[in-house]
Design a protein around this ligand. Structure first.
Ligand SMILES: [Zn+2]
Length: 66
């Protein structure tokens, strides 16, 4: 019988990394990432930690990826 993956398991498999400073993004006790997700022109999702995101617009974050 197939064992269903628990919700918790699927969360731990997803390690968020800031794509600007390459640091792991911490999560709250509810497993909510302390950072921001933003999408590029192709619709690909990127993550930035709270420190890198601070004071930057989405456009500036995208520019910083390159
Ligand atoms: Zn960062």
């Amino acid at each position: 019988m197939l064992k269903r993956k628990s919700y918790k398991d699927s969360l731990t498999l997803t390690v968020m990394k800031c794509e600007l400073c390459k640091e792991k993004i911490d999560t709250t006790f509810l497993a909510k990432p302390v950072g921001t997700a933003f999408k590029d022109a192709k619709g690909k999702q990127h993550w930035a930690c709270a420190a890198c995101q601070r004071g930057k617009t989405k456009e500036e974050l995208l520019a910083a990826l390159k």
